[in-house]
Design a protein around this ligand. Structure first.
Ligand code: PGA
Length: 251
C-alpha cells in the first residue's frame, strides 16, 4: 500500500518553490548526464509562478532545458491562444519565453480544437505523453474545492486526458481574471486523474491559509471523488510542498 503523500513545510512560498526548483534541477541534470530527456508535467495558477521564476533564475546560472519535454495539465476550451487568460499565454509569459526549451517540446492542450475533433485531440495528447516516455515529475496546485488540474469534485480516477465541465467554485474563482463570470469558459481539456497518477513523481504546491482546510482534507486518510486531491493518496511518490499558512490546519 502506498503511504500518504509526504509533507514538506517551509517558512514561505519562496522557500517551498526553491526546494521544488532544486529537485527539478537535479532531476534534469542527472537525466541529461545519462543522455535522457526529462518529461515535466506543468501547472498554471498563482501558486507555481514563484517556482517558474526560480527555474528561470537557475537557467541563468546554467540549467538547460534543451533535453526537457513539457506537458501542461489543462487549458480552457473556446478562447484563443492570444487571450490573456489562456494557459498558453500564462506558460510563455511565466516560463517558456525565458528558457532554452525547444518550442516543439512544449505541449499545452489547444484551446481552439474544433468540437468534432475534441475526442481525438484528447487521445492524441495522452498518446504523446506515452510516446515521450511518461511524466517524470508532475507539478500540481490544488483548488479550494480539492481539484487537481480541472478534475473537479466528482471526477473518477480512471480517465485519461478528456473534456470536462468547470465546477461553479472554479468558474467563480476565475471570474475576476476574465472580467466577469459570464466571460469565463465553462469547459476545459484536462489530463485525467489516471494521467496524473501515471507520473513517476508528483509535487503539489499549496500556499496561504486559504488552502489550509483543503490541504488537511487531502492528507486525511480516505480517498473520495468529492475531493480529487485525495486520489494522490494512492500514488507511490507524492510530496506536498507547503508554506506556513497552508499547513496551519495540520496537527
Ligand atoms: P491557484 O490555483 O494556484 O491559483 O490557487 C490552484 C488550482 O486551482 O489548481
Amino acid at each position: 500500500m502506498p503511504s500518504l503523500p509526504s509533507c514538506r513545510l517551509f517558512p514561505s512560498p519562496e522557500a517551498a518553490s526553491k526546494a521544488l526548483a532544486d529537485e527539478i534541477c537535479q532531476l534534469i541534470d542527472s537525466r541529461s548526464a545519462d543522455g535522457k530527456t526529462t518529461v515535466l508535467g506543468l501547472a498554471t495558477g498563482n501558486t507555481p509562478t514563484r517556482l517558474y521564476a526560480e527555474l528561470i533564475r537557475l537557467h541563468h546560472e546554467g540549467l538547460s532545458f534543451r533535453d526537457v519535454i513539457t506537458f501542461n495539465l489543462d487549458e480552457y476550451i473556446g478562447i484563443s491562444r492570444e487571450h490573456p487568460e489562456s494557459y498558453w499565454q500564462f506558460m510563455h509569459h511565466h516560463l517558456f519565453n525565458h528558457i532554452d526549451i525547444a518550442p516543439e517540446n512544449i505541449h499545452i492542450p489547444d484551446c481552439g480544437v474544433s468540437e468534432q475533433n475534441l475526442e481525438n485531440y484528447c487521445s492524441a495528447y495522452e498518446e504523446r505523453i506515452s510516446e515521450a516516455g511518461g511524466i517524470d515529475l508532475q507539478v500540481l496546485g490544488i483548488g479550494r474545492n480539492g481539484h487537481i488540474g480541472f478534475n473537479e469534485p466528482g471526477a473518477t480516477s480512471d480517465l485519461p486526458t478528456h473534456v470536462t465541465e468547470l465546477n461553479p467554485v472554479t468558474v467563480n474563482d476565475a471570474a475576476e481574471a476574465f472580467g466577469g463570470i459570464a466571460k469565463v469558459p465553462r469547459r476545459a481539456i484536462t489530463m485525467g486523474v489516471r494521467t496524473i497518477l501515471g507520473a513517476q513523481r508528483i509535487a503539489l504546491l499549496a500556499f496561504g491559509e486559504g488552502k489550509a482546510q483543503i490541504v488537511k482534507r487531502a492528507l486525511t486518510p480516505g480517498i473520495t471523488s468529492e475531493v480529487p486531491a485525495t486520489y494522490l493518496q494512492a500514488h507511490e511518490s507524492t510530496a506536498f510542498f507547503l508554506d506556513h499558512g497552508a499547513s496551519t490546519a495540520l496537527q
